[in-house]
Design a protein around this ligand. Sequence first.
Ligand SMILES: NC(=O)C1=CN([C@@H]2O[C@H](COP(=O)(O)OP(=O)(O)OC[C@H]3O[C@@H](n4cnc5c(N)ncnc54)[C@H](OP(=O)(O)O)[C@@H]3O)[C@@H](O)[C@H]2O)C=CC1
Ligand SMILES: [Mg+2]
Length: 352
Amino acid sequence: MSLYCGTACRRKFFWCYRLLSTYVTKTRYLFELKEDDDACKKAQQTGAFYLFHNLAPLLQKSEHQYLAPQYSLLELERLLGKFGQDSQILEDSVLIGCSEQQEAWFALDLGLNSSSSVNASLQKAEMETALQGSFIKLTKALFELNVKDASLLSTAQALLRWHDTHQFCSRSGQPTKKNVSGSKRVCPSNNIIYYPQVAPVVITLVSDGTRCLLVRQSSFPKGMYSALAGFCDIGESLEETVRREIAEEVGLEVDRLHYSASQHWPFPNSTLMIACHATVKPGQTELQVNLRELEAAAWFSRDEVATVLRRNNPSNQQQSGAVPFWLPPKLAIAHQLIKEWVEKPTCSPLPA
Ligand SMILES: NC(=O)C1=CN([C@@H]2O[C@H](COP(=O)(O)OP(=O)(O)OC[C@H]3O[C@@H](n4cnc5c(N)ncnc54)[C@H](OP(=O)(O)O)[C@@H]3O)[C@@H](O)[C@H]2O)C=CC1
Ligand SMILES: [Mg+2]
């Protein structure tokens, strides 16, 4: 283990060791596995694998939530043998993290390569029986997973999808080759390196000082409103994306904005959600909704939003009939942004 500590002082050495023994050590171990194919292969021997089938994670139901089971390399090899599968498929696995004890975690999709054949669906059912779980779409399962598994499986799905859709070099048309960890693919004919991509999206909670602006797209679940979101265009800064999206979608201009937080979001593909608060220019509150982008947009008071946050479950609301709309679930950054606005009305803004 490298400690990156050049001091001869023993006390200082141990202080450094303690400092590097958790987060930094773990980060550097993962860095090594991404860079060094042999180290990564070795890590697979003692690592744990999460399984997917056509990008749906294998989950087991436990009371009110789903759990993501892990398998050792040996267990996986036995399973593959049982189903007559070549263990070469293990080469498709991708590194998704590690424990504090440096047990490396990998994800493997057992369905992608043969998804078009009839056998694949038969095998899926048989595998589910053998593994005592079900391959469940992430859109359905994400909100019933604990935070750690939700984050891990989102990362895993994004990485597996990226590899599945980047098998060929866009310049030579030749098959690209993945490194062992899956942190990149290389075209053997011209050495072009492809890295997994993420699309930046800005999500903004616009306020007029006392109310906030919530919007809905026709694709949202019925009754759900959220903050205004949009993909960054090439050449834009985040600030420019915020201003353009707000102008495009609701016809307003903002003059103050500040960053709140960010989140990886797996739907529909891999995006990095960058969450901001913004305040409209004085006197600009009349909405001109772009119906090609949005189904509806409206201003909501702090009290209205606080009430919905307290009972944010669409089925509860249907029963009581008291609240006409609901907000994204806790895991979504939109929820955190809205909650922050309700709880901290006087976040100090940065000059735009
Ligand atoms: N985690 C959270 O709390 C929330 C997350 N989101 C996410 O934010 C994302 C963006 O929000 P949305 O309002 O739809 O964005 P936009 O307002 O930018 O509109 C989406 C449209 O932009 C086009 N587009 C441009 N660049 C891309 C790209 N790189 N990938 C896909 N589409 C692109 C597509 O048009 P076309 O298909 O016509 O070509 C798409 O229909 C969504 O993926 C959504 O899941 C949204 C709200 C809350
Ligand atoms: Mg949008």
